[in-house]
Each structure stands twice: as structure tokens, then as C-alpha cells.
Design a protein around this ligand. Structure first.
Ligand code: NAP
Length: 244
């Protein structure tokens, strides 16, 4: 029996961990999961690769290993790893941190998308590439210059990829997950009003239980993957659709 393959980045915590947990229960899926941290999970369907996605030379050297030359029923690439960055206004931004952020949030998904298309373009099975975006791609947020701009660039990159590959049985999505109760939100709440003027609003989101659970967002992502043809637009937002 042919299997499906999920390649996911940023599986070690947060939203990626919730997606991993969901697909570990799907026997038909093999999973290749990429983060710096390996989890203590033993499963015959899970293979973990410890990679720092900020190191693009190492990523490039691993691309053949990441994308196997095999037949599957479908292959999904979920570029989920992301970093809010060191929250600071411009003039105070650390250039090395900025470079790491651009590598993780933008260049690593670009490398992975490019290699995925190269490897599977001629294959007739279903191919889905989902780059996790953010509402911040379309809204300037003070203190988040690197985050907003990398997510905006990734959204446009995904739209270009979709336009180029329209006839090759690919589905491309740039998917905003909403405001999700993860470590990233914790990092945001640990900033200061001086660096992040919207701080109080984000503290209130948590206090008022306005954050989505990673598990629910993972279910919505899986629904999109199971029904890609129902989602015609590349730019998607989990807040704009419900589970049936
Ligand atoms: N949480 C939200 O409210 C929210 C809102 C909009 C968009 N998003 C997006 O959703 C995605 C998941 O975010 P999250 O909230 O789940 O964040 P998170 O809890 O901080 O998890 C981030 C994941 O990315 C991985 N990662 C970070 N830097 C990496 C690196 N250099 N190399 C390899 N992996 C790296 C981390 O693994 P290691 O540390 O083990 O490497 C971790 O598994 C991100 O793209 C984020 O921008 C989140």
C-alpha cells in the first residue's frame, strides 16, 4: 500500500507539535519532522531530523535526504517553523538575530519549496505545500519589523509558486493560524511596552482566553489538507473557516 508523507518543520513545540500529534494518529502517514530539538517519541511512522534552519548551507546539503525519490499517494510540506525574533524597534535591532530570523522564516521555506517542486514536479500524486503565514504579514506591527516583513514576503513567494505550478497538480497555501496559545505568544508577552507598544493587548488575549488551542488549529490544518480543492485562494486564514 502506498503511503502519504508529511514533511513538517518546527514540530518540537507549539502548533507544529499539535500537527505532529494529529498525524501520529493517522496510520497512512509517514512523517519527517525537522526542528533543532528532537522529541522523545518512538513511532514507526516518525523520522526526526535535527536541523537549525537558520543555517542554510547545512539545510541545502540535506535537501536530497529530506525529499525522498519515491511514490506516495500524496506529499505535504508544512513549513511551520518560525521565530517572532527579538522584539525591538528599528535602530535597536541586532543584525545577526535579524539574519537568523530571515533565514528561518523566509529563506528556509523558500529553499524547501524550491527543492520540493524540483523533486516532485513530474509526479502525478497530490502535492500540497503550506507555508504558515500570519495576519502580521498584512498589518505593520511596531517591534515586529523582521516578523511582519518575512511573513509578507513568504505570502507573496507562495502566490508566485502557485502561479508557476498551476498545471502540475500542486496546491499551495499561505495559512495564517490565528493567535495560538504557544511559546511564541509567551515570548511576545515577555517583551516590554517600550519595545512592543501593543503588549497590553496581547497580555489581555491570554488573560481573556482569546488564544486558540494548538490542537484545534491542527485539526483545521488537517481539514485543509484533506480538502485542498475546496480552498481556491492561496492566502488562507484558519479564522475564516470552521470544521464541518
Ligand atoms: N502562535 C501564534 O499566535 C502565531 C500567530 C501567527 C503565526 N504563527 C506562526 O505559526 C508557526 C508556529 O509558531 P508557534 O506559535 O508554534 O511557535 P513556537 O511555539 O515558538 O514553535 C516554533 C517551532 O519552530 C521551530 N524553530 C524555531 N527556530 C528554528 C530553527 N532555527 N531551526 C529549526 N526549527 C526552528 C522550533 O523548534 P526548535 O526550537 O526545537 O528548533 C519550534 O518547534 C510559526 O511560523 C509562527 O510564525 C504563530
Amino acid at each position: 500500500m502506498k503511503k502519504s508523507l508529511l514533511i513538517i518543520t518546527g514540530h518540537s513545540q507549539g502548533l507544529g507539535k499539535a500537527v505532529l500529534d494529529y498525524y501520529l494518529k493517522q496510520d497512512s502517514f509517514q512523517i519527517l519532522a525537522i526542528s533543532r530539538t528532537k522529541l522523545e517519541i518512538k513511532s514507526p511512522t516518525l523520522q526526526q531530523l535535527s536541523l537549525d534552519l537558520a543555517d542554510l548551507d547545512i539545510l541545502e546539503s540535506k535537501l536530497d535526504q529530506i525529499f525522498p525519490d519515491e511514490e506516495f499517494d500524496r506529499i505535504i510540506l508544512l513549513n511551520n517553523a518560525g521565530w517572532i525574533g527579538k522584539i525591538k524597534s528599528l535602530g535597536k535591532v541586532n543584525p545577526k538575530a535579524l539574519r537568523s530570523q530571515v533565514n528561518v522564516n523566509l529563506l528556509a521555506p523558500m529553499y524547501l519549496t524550491n527543492a520540493f517542486i524540483k523533486r516532485y514536479k513530474e509526479k502525478s500524486f497530490e502535492k500540497i505545500i503550506c507555508n504558515i503565514g500570519s495576519g502580521a504579514a498584512f498589518r505593520p506591527v511596531a517591534g515586529w519589523s523582521g516578523y511582519c516583513s518575512t511573513k509578507a514576503a513568504l505570502a507573496m513567494f507562495t502566490e508566485v509558486a502557485a502561479k508557476e505550478s498551476a498545471s502540475d497538480n500542486f496546491h499551495f497555501f499561505s495559512l495564517a493560524p490565528g493567535i495560538v496559545d504557544t511559546g511564541m505568544q509567551g515570548e511576545i508577552r515577555e517583551s516590554t511596552v517600550e519595545d512592543f507598544p501593543e503588549l497590553d493587548k496581547f497580555i489581555d488575549f491570554k488573560k481573556d482566553n482569546k488564544l486558540s488551542s494548538p490542537g484545534l488549529v491542527a485539526q483545521k490544518i488537517a481539514y485543509l489538507f484533506d480538502n485542498p480543492s475546496k480552498f481556491q485562494d492561496v492566502i488562507q486564514d484558519v479564522r475564516k473557516f470552521d470544521l464541518p
